[in-house]
Design a protein around this ligand. Structure first.
Ligand SMILES: *Cc1c(COP(=O)(O)O)cnc(C)c1O
Length: 573
């Protein structure tokens, strides 16, 4: 594996979506990681990626007749997709040596370059039966299991890279705090290189020069924290906890702060998220502040364009895969052609609904799509907040179909309740509003959904959504968003031109239920007065909006532009 003279970036992520048949991702973070690598390969950015193998996958979701979610393992055929590498390294976990090996998956770019992804595996006969399961489940198990996985990813990952000959890496990119322990390994390496037995401030500076950190969520539960006792036991050392400047604070190791302390460049994933992170992530000693930039997320356009849409672009905007910005030219696509391509993508969704849910949807009925991880702040139920109001809108403005999808994390009872409420309510909305909940939201379903609906709905409670990327996939396919002003949509929304906003930017409502009613009412008004009448009665206006979604948003919210910004601001600055 070549290293291009010390310019290679090592990209670490707990989850990476590599292929629809490889369930090693749970949602947005993994899809973004995969899209990042795909665009880096297109752009010939020298990169090697590290993640865990997740042999048992993220879970398969089944919804029973009461609307309750059930989970099953999703084993996948490792040998069929990946090549086993000869390297094996030893790490120390919870008082025992654990051996780690790696599998390689190659991501090929549009210009023939490829990027190696190393998937770490502890399922080796040398390891104890518990240790053999450490690389089985993405976000499974208890907090011990999670910390052990982070040791495998961070420390095991750096050692595997070295064992494979990557001894001159330019940068280490921590995609979220899960990978922060790579910094500890780099500190130890640096001290060893200087002939010292423990690291000091000089090593910290050297490591910072090598590291880049992207934080992905303002939700507190999204930041891993481990009590010192647990860290001491699992890492088998307490020297690090004496180093307060790096490994602070308050009796626990917070992986976000560790990553912040060890990186020279830190960013949030949308403009607003950068601001929110600067306010939220304040050093405990508060003598200095972290400098946190933003690089707004994107999607890999070649991966997410539905076939009829890609064919349309090939005809009217040739070269769009190599030069994503050229999609500005989508405004010149004849409206009738755009509509035809959209209807073909919609027919594909209607067929999928027939097969998956034995429900019959109509290709000429206005259709809303909502697919999100089912969790409180994303407010999956907001569309049905006042279900009578929604039925009345459909009676007046025209019939509505709604497709829901999304998994709840297995431990998120509240999230599971949200799914149950949707399933429970769907019969009561007939005949004006037809609702279906599709199981197992994943890459394949995401592709069909984001291209096949007429409007992509997003209702996070600001400022909790760091970015979101599914609305970018929709925009690429000419599907406008109706979304609260949060994450990427603050940058992407041009009212009545790329879609519509729910609520406003500086709403100062005190409690959550106020905000829900306020946002629901804003959403209903927009649907009733603007979105649905345009869909049914002003086709020309509707196609104008479709083409602006592509032209203004797909040309910018893509991982090609995003990776170029990482190259300039983070990797080689
Ligand atoms: C794109 C995608 C996501 C991320 O979308 P959000 O906008 O963050 O909800 C999650 N899951 C799947 C399967 C996706 O394709």
């Amino acid at each position: 594996m070549n290293q291009k003279n010390g310019s290679t970036v090592a990209y670490f992520s707990m989850e990476i979506a590599l292929d629809p048949k490889i369930p090693t991702y749970s949602g947005g973070l993994g899809i973004l990681a995969g899209d990042t690598i795909r665009s880096a390969a297109d752009l010939r950015v020298p990169m090697v990626a590290v993640t865990l193998l997740h042999r048992k996958g993220y879970f398969a979701q089944a919804i029973d007749s009461d609307g309750w979610q059930h989970e099953a393992e999703m084993p996948w055929e490792v040998e069929k997709h990946c090549e086993e590498l000869p390297a094996c390294v030893e790490i120390y976990v919870d008082g025992r040596p654990v051996f780690v090996k790696a599998w390689r998956y190659m991501v090929s770019g549009a210009t023939g370059d490829s990027i190696a992804v190393l998937l770490l595996d502890t399922d080796l006969p040398e390891n104890s039966s518990w240790d053999r399961t450490l690389t089985d489940h993405l976000y499974g198990g208890d907090s011990d299991y999670r910390l052990c996985q982070e040791v495998v990813l961070g420390i095991g990952g750096v050692r595997i890279l070295r064992a494979l000959g990557f001894d001159n890496l330019a940068r280490f990119h921590m995609n979220e705090g899960h990978a922060a322990l790579l910094g500890l390994e780099l500190l130890d390496e640096s001290a060893r290189f200087a002939g010292r037995s423990s690291f000091n401030g000089e090593d910290v500076q050297l490591v910072q020069q090598k590291c880049v950190f992207t934080t992905h969520t303002p939700v507190p539960a999204g930041h891993d924290r481990f009590p010192f006792d647990q860290v001491r036991r699992i890492l088998g050392r307490d020297d690090i906890l004496e180093n307060h400047q790096v490994f602070c604070c308050a009796g626990e190791l917070n992986m976000t702060y560790l990553a912040l302390n060890l990186s020279h460049y830190v960013n949030g994933v949308a403009k607003k998220h950068g601001e929110v992170s600067r306010k939220m992530l304040v050093p405990k000693d508060s003598e200095h502040h972290y400098s946190i930039d933003h690089i707004t997320n994107g999607v890999h356009l070649g991966t997410w364009a539905a076939r009829p849409i890609a064919t349309l672009f090939d005809r009217y905007v040739p070269g769009w895969r190599e030069d994503n910005a050229s999609l500005r030219g989508a405004l010149a696509i004849p409206a009738a052609e755009a509509w035809k391509a959209h209807q073909a993508a919609k027919q594909r969704l209607v067929d999928e609904i027939t097969v998956r849910a034995m429900a019959s949807f109509d290709v000429n009925t206005f259709t809303i799509g909502f697919a999100r991880r089912a969790t409180a702040y994303k407010r999956s139920g907001l569309l049905l907040h006042d279900s009578e109001r929604l039925r009345e809108i459909a009676r007046k403005a025209g019939p509505i179909q709604v497709v829901f999808a999304g998994k709840a994390h297995p431990d998120d009872e509240q999230g599971k309740q949200l799914i149950r409420q949707i399933v429970e309510r769907k019969e009561t909305m007939l005949p004006e509003v037809k609702i279906v909940f599709l199981e197992n939201y994943d890459w394949d379903l995401g592709r069909v959904l984001t291209a096949g609906v007429d409007v992509w709905l997003n209702t996070p409670q600001p400022p909790m959504e760091a970015s979101g990327t599914s609305g970018m996939k929709a925009a690429l396919n000419g599907v406008p968003s109706l979304s609260s002003l949060d994450g990427w949509w603050i940058e992407g929304c041009v009212e009545d031109t790329t879609g519509w906003a729910i609520g406003n930017l500086d709403s100062t409502l005190s409690d959550d239920s106020d905000r829900d009613s306020h946002d629901a009412s804003s959403m209903y008004q927009t649907l009733e007065n603007s979105v649905i009448p345009k869909y049914y009665e002003q086709r020309k206006e509707w196609t104008r909006i479709m083409l602006h979604a592509i032209s203004l948003n797909a040309s910018y919210f893509n991982t090609q532009r995003m990776v170029q910004q990482y190259v300039l601001k983070a990797y080689y600055a």
